[in-house]
Design a protein around this ligand. Structure first.
Ligand SMILES: Nc1ncnc2c1ncn2[C@@H]1O[C@H](COP(=O)(O)OP(=O)(O)OP(=O)(O)O)[C@@H](O)[C@H]1O
Ligand SMILES: [Mg+2]
Length: 336
């Protein structure tokens, strides 16, 4: 388990930058935990504190009960071997082959040649690169480069993998493949993954839990399902709306308000359990509410399917009973 407790970090300079402000998070073993937020929110700084690439000014970062901020020398080096990291721009050694890149941490560890080759080839197979062992990274696609980085990060068999925007430089299809690989590794190796991204979609696809970060602070955290059904912070709502259905909800809401000043735009979410029955239809019929579905989508998350529907009610109506009935039937409703 990783416990981040009241951690702060300020970069001192002509103008001090307070990048991480009193952050607390708990990441359980084998969890995929996402941190999402806009550029400059402090995500990279926070994740770099976990493997001590940056030093915290205050607070504690306990990994299985041991405060990594207090470790030095050999003890810190040992603990760091338990933490792999991958980056947006891969950070590969360009003058070394794929096999040599993957082997590199084992060279530093002083493992004999034969053993390190065996280990590295095993990892290359795990990430689907067994036929690329002798080529140089510059000849690989973005997805393949990230696979090399993943194999290199995992070759020391760490307990934790830190991912800093690991798919942000990749196209959507390759992103999907790398996320699938991370999911597989999480399951097979029981790896704890802490991943940061500015893309809510990435987080939604593979994380169990997520935290939303803005201006150095965590503004909201919880399970992906709960947060998608009940976002409370305005930033979370904004980030979620961008991935809901592909429709620009802000724009839509303004247009509808313009045309139907008395109308209501509702965001309704439902899960596996509530997706099979025609609940929405029956309630609208029963209460005589003319609803108009403006956009809808179904997404897969770690906890199953998650549906989102935006509906609009044109007329001036008391929608209180309608909302109450929907909630009673297990749907989560938010008035946009
Ligand atoms: N080494 C540094 N020295 C000074 N300021 C820094 C340093 N690293 C980061 N910062 C500042 O700290 C703040 C947070 O930066 P950080 O890189 O953690 O954000 P981020 O959320 O990862 O952003 P992005 O999504 O663009 O990667 C920014 O204002 C940044 O300019
Ligand atoms: Mg960053």
């Amino acid at each position: 388990m990783i416990s981040i407790i009241n951690v702060s970090k300020t970069f001192k300079g002509k103008n001090d930058v307070s990048a991480v402000k009193n952050v607390s998070l708990e990441i359980k073993d084998k969890e995929i935990f996402g941190i999402v937020g806009y550029s400059g929110a402090g995500k990279s700084t926070l994740i770099r504190l976990v493997n001590q690439l940056e030093k915290a000014d205050s607070g504690q970062i306990l990994i299985d009960g041991v405060d990594i901020c207090e470790l030095k020398g050999e003890a810190l080096r040992k603990q760091r071997q338990e933490i792999g990291m991958i980056f947006q721009h891969f950070n590969l050694l360009w003058s070394k082959t794929v096999l040599e890149n993957i082997m590199f941490p084992l060279v530093l560890k002083g493992l004999p040649k034969k053993e390190r080759e065996e280990e590295a080839i095993k990892m290359a197979k795990e990430v689907g690169l067994e036929d690329k062992l002798d080529v140089y990274p510059s000849t690989l696609s973005g997805g393949q480069k990230q696979r090399v980085a993943i194999a290199r990060a995992l070759v020391l068999n760490p307990k934790i993998l830190l991912c800093d925007e690991a798919t942000s430089a990749l196209d959507p299809k390759t992103t999907e493949e790398i996320l699938e690989l991370l999911k597989k590794i999480n399951k097979e190796y029981g790896l704890t993954i802490l991943m940061i991204s500015h893309q809510m979609e990435t987080i939604q696809k593979i994380c169990h839990k997520l935290a939303v970060m803005a201006d150095g602070k965590i503004v909201e955290q919880g399970s992906v399902d709960d947060i998608f059904a009940n976002p409370t912070d305005p930033l979370t709502k904004e980030l979620i709306q961008t991935v809901d259905t592909g429709v620009d909800v802000n724009k839509l809401s303004i247009e509808l308000k313009d045309k139907y000043p008395q109308g209501h735009l509702l965001r309704i979410t439902f899960s596996d359990k509530t997706s099979e029955k025609p609940i929405l239809y029956s309630i609208a019929l029963k209460l005589n509410i003319p609803i108009n579905i403006v956009s809808a989508n179904l997404k897969m998350t770690q906890a199953g399917s998650l549906g989102v529907i935006y509906i609009h009610i044109e007329e001036k109506k008391d929608i209180g009973p309608f909302l109450a009935e929907l909630e009673l039937q297990g749907l989560k409703v938010e008035v946009v």
